[in-house]
Every structure is written in C-alpha cells, then in structure tokens.
Write a protein that binds this ligand. Structure first.
Ligand SMILES: [Zn+2]
Length: 265
C-alpha cells in the first residue's frame, strides 16, 4: 500500500470510528468492479448503443400490457448488460461493506445500482434509489416482490394488495423515484454524520444532494474512487483507489483499532 493511501485509510478509520451514523452512498463504480458495464464513459453502453429512450416510463403508463409483452418477448438491445448482470458477483468492496455493518460501523447503504449485489453480499440495511432488477413493484402502493415469487398469470400483472399495475422495480427513464426510497434517503441523510462516497460521482439528482446536505450539517465525507469526481473538492478524506482494495483495508484498520481499544480498556 502506498503511503498516501495508508495515511488516508488511517484518517478515514478515525472518522468512521468516531461517527454516530455512517452511511455509504454507492454508485456504478462499485458494480463495475464486479464486471457490470457502466452506461457512460468510453466503454459505456450508451456510448456504444446510443442514449436511452427518455420516454420509457411514459410508454409503460400508456400501455402497460404492451410493455410487458415486449419485456417477455424481446431481445433487449442491452442483452450484454443483462448477461453481465446475471454473471456478476459481489466483490471485496461489497463484502467489506457487509462486514462494516456487522461490526456496527455502517448503518445504511444508499445505492444507485440495481444489481442486487449488496443483498448477495449479505448487507441488510439498503435503500435502492433506482430499484432492484430482481424484484417487481406495484406502481400504486409500492409493494415489492422477488421476481420468482410473483406468478405472472395476466398482462399486465395486478397487485394482489391493491389492484394496481405491477412493473419491474428498476426505475425507468422518466419514472419518478419511488417515494418510500426517497423518504428513506432523506431520513438517512438527516441522521448521517459521515458519508462514504463509493464509486459515484453523484452528479445525478437526487443522489447528488445527499453528500452536500451531510457536509452542510457539519458531517464528514470520505471519497472512495480511483478517479477524481465533482465531489472530490468536498471530501475530507480521499481514498484514491478501487473500493475492492480500499474498503477491506479500512475494515482491517477498524478491527485493529477496536482490538487496541480493548487492550487499553
Ligand atoms: Zn399495490
């Protein structure tokens, strides 16, 4: 480990240890370390295949039955994305976040990713701003079900609780972020006095506002990202590294500090 990174890990560990309510804000960079393609950037899906249809959600609302027929029948032009998602496994960064939660240092994960990898890693407290590709959701009451636990007998499927239309949980272009997820994000941000910014440049709202709010309330920001981002100038500590490298080292340092504390007690 280079000196700069080890110094930053030391600082980050001290902040996390003394914080009351640590929240991780996670973006596509963490999933990219698991082989999930990103949308933007030179190898991004949008760069290669063109920008997405921003009327996706309107089309769904206009004719949900047709949308479902397409979903079931079509060869998605994002087939490579779907295949990569099916293959993706949690990486060392996901596992380190799970460990931080188990040790009591991490209270919540707010993720912009839809890939279910935090759940696969074993994390419990998760809010998914953009939904989860392995679930379905009622647009009326926001009830959610794992895909394989919801028998689809008619199109569009109807919510057994309220009769509303059911769609994939993944938030579509033009679709509002589900209210319950937004509320939980506000709740977490309000309590947060240390936010880990992992693999996200947080240029897209609402996520872009959370770190600024935390900072505005006197909290600390720790950036974990191999690249500089628009958030870098707001960060108190910068771990300029892949999450899969930096986060396990952060957890290791937290464990060492806890052991040292016990020896002195
Ligand atoms: Zn419902």
């Amino acid at each position: 480990m280079n000196d700069e990174l080890s110094g930053a890990i030391e600082e980050a560990a001290a902040i996390v240890k003394n914080a009351r309510h640590v929240v991780a804000l996670v973006g596509a960079g963490l999933s990219a370390e698991s082989g999930v393609p990103t949308f933007r950037g030179p190898e991004g899906l949008w760069t290669k295949h063109g920008e997405p249809d921003l009327r996706d959600y309107d089309r769904f609302v206009e004719d949900p039955k047709r949308w479902w027929e397409m979903r079931i029948s079509r060869q998605s032009r994002f087939g490579e994305f779907v295949e990569a998602l099916d293959r993706a496994q949690p990486n060392a960064g996901h596992l380190a976040l799970r460990e931080m939660e188990e040790l009591g240092y991490l209270k919540h994960i707010i993720t912009q990713n839809i890939d279910n990898l935090h759940q696969l890693a074993g994390s419990a407290a998760i809010t998914e701003i953009h939904g989860n590709r392995t679930k379905l959701r009622c647009v009326a009451c926001a009830a959610r079900w794992p895909l394989d636990e919801f028998p689809i007998e008619e199109l569009p499927p109807q919510c057994p609780l309220c009769g509303g239309v059911v769609k994939g949980d993944t938030v579509m272009f033009g679709e509002p972020i589900p209210r319950d997820a937004l509320d939980e994000c506000s709740n977490q941000t309000w309590q947060c006095d240390c936010m880990l910014l992992i693999g996200t440049s947080a240029v897209v709202y609402p996520a872009a506002g959370f770190p600024i709010d935390v900072k505005g309330m006197g909290g600390h920001l720790i950036e974990v990202n191999p690249n500089e981002t628009p958030l870098t100038r707001h960060a108190d500590v910068i771990l300029r590294s892949l999450a899969g490298e930096a986060l396990p080292k952060l957890v290791q340092r937290l464990r060492e500090m806890a052991a040292e504390g016990e020896r002195h007690a």
